[in-house]
Every structure is written in C-alpha cells, then in structure tokens.
Design a binder for this molecule. Sequence first.
Ligand code: HPA
Ligand code: ZN
Length: 332
Amino acid sequence: MDIISYVSEMPKAELHLHIEGTLEPEMMMALAEKHGVVLPYTTLDEVHAAYNFSDLQSFLDLYYFGASVLRDESDFFDLMWAYLVKCRQQNIVHTEIMFDPQTHTDRGIAFDVMMKGYLGALKQAEAEWGQSFKLIMCFLRHLSQASAFETLGMAEPFSDDIDAVGLDSGELGNPPEKFSDVFAAAAQQGYQCVAHAGEEGPPAYIWGALNSLNVARIDHGVRCLEDDELVAQLVRDQTPLTVCPLSNVRLCVVDEMKDHPILTMLDKGLLVTVNSDDPPYFGGYLNDNFLAMVGGLGLAQDQAKQLAANSFKASFLDEEKKQYFLGALDSF
Ligand code: HPA
Ligand code: ZN
C-alpha cells in the first residue's frame, strides 16, 4: 500500500480538535444569514483571504467572531455532526473533542443549549456507526479564574458527559498558574486535565502546566525542545504531546512544514501525536495533516503507524479499548 493510502485509511485517534474551530466558511455564511448576523465578507474568497494569520491572537480574533453565528441547539448539532462525518471519512475511530463554553455563555447562549446540540450529534454518530469520543471542556485563559470556576459549576449537570478540562486561547501573558485552583477543583470532581502550553509560550509554561495544573497531556508542547531537562522528563514520564503541524505552520510557530520538529520529537522518544486543531482555519483535517507531513517531512509508513499508535496510547480510553484499537491498527 502506498503511503498516501496508508495514512488516509489507517485507524487513528484525534486528541486536539476545537469543535468551534471546525466551522467551515460555508456554514458560517449560512448561519449568519439564518440569524441576521452581518459578516465583514460577502464571498468565500474573502473569508479565505482573511485566513492569513500572523500569530495565535490574529487567528483567535477571527475564531471568536466566527463562533458568534452559533445561536440555537441545531447550530451546535450541525457543527458537531459535520466534524463527526469527517471522522468517519478519515477513519478517526476515536476523537477527544475540545469545546469552549465561555465563547457562547459570555454572549448569552445557555450552557445547555450548546451542550444538547453537541451531545445530540455525538450520540447519533455513536448509534449510527459506533463513533468513539470523549469531551474536553476548555477554559479560556484570557478570562479570569473566577469565570472558569463559574463554567465548571455550569457543567455539573453534564459531568457524566464531560471527561476532561483543558485550557486554551491566548497563551502569552496567561500562564498556567493563573488557573491552579480551578484545575485542582476539577481534578477533585473526577475530570482529567490537559492544557495548551508551549505553542507560543516558553518551556516555563509547560513546566507550569505539569507542576501547577497536574495535567495528563500537553496540547502543542513543541517549544519543549528549548529545554533539555524538560524533554528528558517528558520522555521519562511518557507525557503525551498533542502536536498540530498545519496549525503550527499557519500560526507561524514554524516557518514551513519542512522545518516542523515533529519527527525529531518522535526520534527523541517523546509521546507525540498528530492533530488538526482548527481544520478549516489551518488548511485541513487530520488526514491533511498526515499528508502534509508526507509531502513536507517525508513521513514514512513506520513513523505514521507509530504516530497512530501513540494517539491511542495517549487517549483517555480505558486499557481494554486502547488494546482493541491498537490491535486494529496492527492488523490494518
Ligand atoms: N491555541 C490556543 N487556543 C485555541 C487554539 C489554539 O491553537 N485553537 C482554538 N483555541
Ligand atoms: Zn488548540
């Protein structure tokens, strides 16, 4: 089997995907029309032209603006459903999906409107084709810890449906330590913990996420390479890093795909995985990330298989399900 077919068809998990970041321009324009929201673009070309980011913040400005077209339960359902259909097409047999409640509750959308839409789509995909999933509720780090606590409270009726808490949005100036109390409370309530760190932020933010938030995984984490002691610890503890190659190129974390350090990270023994982050904004879904690595980095089949195996090992699935998916990958 050629490498393109192999990476496209192999069973894989996705562990770093923002559902609000899967909003395709077509859906954004349709929902804007439905709700009478005036967008600063009239054509798809104009939307695509706006996807020319200089850094994380320039993307976040557009991402939060785009999410403002999501208003009623069916909007949240449709957004989630469209991504789950991609999972089926790309053989993403398990996905751990991040969502940002504050992006909606801060503009007056009720937590349960959002949640019922998302869960409706997830349950339907589970029933129709056995889609495996977990949910990660992220706190926006540019907001206060008090706001994160409020969000944790709102999630209580859905605590059986939410597996983990995470931390996203603008990294620089918002170190992990700002959220140590709310992460401790979330852990106490039984949630797993993850956090974005070392995307734009320095290695100190990765240390902070490990030591102050007790996270089980680091989202991005590419800047760990600047600190040998940190790399040694991440290798020793096999702490997963959910790396997002196309995102890193589009947000200028690296210059070009050929400069991306993900295969160096793999060689060092880090438990790295491949993920899409915010696919339409960054140029593609999970398979597009693998294909970009084939083209830009010469990704080989054994490396692709290792990355897919890592995605199951790094997941929050129980041991039996991990072994099941690892077995399916092995016999693929
Ligand atoms: N980084 C931080 N926050 C985000 C991202 C990201 O890549 N995507 C959506 N929110
Ligand atoms: Zn992210």
